[in-house]
Design a protein around this ligand. Structure first.
Ligand code: CAA
Length: 384
């Protein structure tokens, strides 16, 4: 039987970073609340010439550099911070990367969940034709209003992953559990650049999703909890993954070790929330970390507010380390430019730009892709 799964995975983020200790001092909050209470140290902040397209293209470029475009017929772009109500952000990426005309592009939306829908849809396409490969991009800028409880849980990041038959990194197992429930925990109205959130409700809705998706997973032939070696849970802030793990244990009446989760949090502690990308950045941290995962089964919990949840598993392949990119990810994180709180607040305010007015934006970030401004209400992009 053809195995299908993740063949390569690359992380990207924005080019600025703010220290949460600085944010805490300015707001007269104990820094331990963010570091320990939320499990966050830093957040990536986009410059004026960066957005979901530039980050997504940067991640995808590295996949294309390594594997070329042969067999890629589909590009799925998962995001909940879309830049247009109609055109898929992935069409801009298609142009920036010079992908063949014979690649279909579509955007998927359901809060932080949709990259998982993209992975499952990709697996379906490849099951039909094992010669096809699917490029999935998940990219988001998490932005809340300033001076709110949600402010320290912002961030920005992207992942690109290649889904194929006979994958080098991890095989996607067939059993999956899903759970959908309408809930007003978090959403972003069409006229707003910041999300509306009921923080406490969002945490409880997330935990309801953990239990609901798990129960469905088990009822559909999923393995027992003791056959799962590591757990990646969606990370709006990394402490949430620990809460999820504890809640799953309580739901099952077993004690689950926190270190099976803490091995996944290293990148997200420094990037902040990246919504659709967050779960897969957690996966990258686990794959690129010090543990040898060969043959391990990883349980992944994907949560998108509003809400849709899914629990599924990957099995790590022999030789996977040769396909991972730990040094690259570390270099990307280390290359970010630190900004102080006033500069971060100015960048945050700039996101409220009037989209009816033409504007030219000079390249500012290291690139290689830049948002160049608006003309005739259309977004323009350049590459170095
Ligand atoms: N030292 C150590 N810990 C401290 C502390 C201190 N001095 N002061 C407070 N804390 C702890 C608190 O005890 C608490 O921990 P527990 O939850 O483990 O008890 C933690 O810090 C947070 O403090 P509060 O309970 O006072 O919460 P808050 O008012 O700061 O809000 C939040 C936290 C609700 C997560 C808020 O940041 C928020 O609304 N964020 C955006 C929404 C979000 O991320 N929701 C997550 C689920 S939804 C989802 O997953 C989708 C998505 O990506 C958005």
């Amino acid at each position: 039987m053809t195995t299908i799964g993740i063949h390569d995975l690359a992380v990207a983020t924005a080019s600025h970073v703010v220290e949460l200790d600085d944010l805490a001092s300015r707001a007269d909050i104990d820094p331990a609340k963010f570091r320990v209470g939320l499990g966050q140290e830093q957040m990536s902040i986009p410059g004026l010439d960066e957005d979901i397209v530039t980050m997504g293209a940067a991640a995808a470029q590295r996949i294309i550099d390594r594997h070329g475009v042969d067999g890629i017929r589909t590009l799925f772009f998962a995001t909940e911070t879309g830049i247009d109500q109609s055109r898929a952000a992935g069409v801009h990426v298609h142009e920036l990367l010079g992908l063949p005309r014979s690649v279909r592009v579509v955007e998927l939306k359901q809060a932080c969940y949709s990259a998982t829908a993209a992975l499952q849809a990709a697996a379906g396409l490849i099951a039909r034709n094992p010669d096809e490969r699917v490029l999935v991009i998940a990219s988001d800028v998490a932005r809340y209003e300033l001076d709110t409880a949600a402010e320290p849980t912002q961030g920005a990041g992207a992942v690109a992953f290649l889904v194929s038959a006979d994958p080098a990194i991890a095989v996607l197992e067939t059993a999956a559990g899903v759970y959908t429930a309408e809930v007003d925990d978090f959403w972003r109205p069409n006229d707003s650049v910041t999300a509306v959130v009921d923080g406490k409700l969002s945490v409880s809705a997330y935990l309801d999703g953990v239990a609901g998706a798990w129960d469905d997973y088990r009822s559909r032939g999923g393995v027992d909890i003791d056959q799962i070696d590591w757990f990646c849970h969606h990370q709006p802030f990394t402490k949430m993954a620990v809460k999820a793990h504890r809640a799953l244990g309580q739901h099952l009446g077993v004690e689950l070790a926190p270190e099976l989760v803490t091995a996944t949090t290293g990148y997200n502690r420094r990037i902040g929330n990246s919504y659709t990308a967050s779960l897969y950045i957690a996966l990258a941290a686990l794959l690129e970390g010090e543990n040898d995962l060969t043959g391990s089964r990883i349980g992944l919990f994907s949560y998108g507010s509003g809400s849709v949840s899914e629990f599924f598993t990957l099995v790590v392949q022999p030789g996977y380390r040769e396909a991972t990119r730990g040094a690259e990810t570390e270099a990307i994180l280390a290359a970010r430019t630190p900004v102080d709180v006033p500069t971060y607040r100015e960048l945050h305010d700039a996101a409220h730009r009037d989209s009816t007015v033409d504007v030219e934006i000079a390249p500012d970030s290291p690139g290689p892709f830049h948002f160049a401004g608006l003309s005739g209400r259309a977004r323009r992009y350049t590459r170095d």
